[in-house]
Design a protein. Sequence first.
Length: 145
Amino acid sequence: MTSYIKLFFINIFGYYESWMLWLSVFIVILLIMAVIFILNRSEEYKKFNSISLYNVIWKWKYKKDNIVSLWCYCPECGSELICDDEYCRSAIMLTNKTTFLICQKCGEAEKSRIVGGDRNYLLKMVRFEIQKRIKNGTYKDETKK
């Protein structure tokens, strides 16, 4: 193996010295460590799987790099919320489109009210906010809580 390395340095630089072998080993080790660091760092955000938005708790999972199973939960009892977007179908203007998040276990209590769209609109807004926090690194503040 060292003879190939010697030939490599002789072909490139015209000569070979033993420190060149140690330098190349050191560079390879640094490159391997950098790749491991980058791979670990890119997976770090997957610990971020809940957030408080619109006065409710949002939880999700990751499948590969995609956010899946995104849904909202009651901040008091922790149960899944019901999404009532019935008003969105009849309203024409966005300001009249309202989605209600309701907790059955808390006596049909309204936990949040989002103006501007239906359930799909709400899920897209939450997904966008999650992705924004992952991109700019502010998700780290959420995982420390």
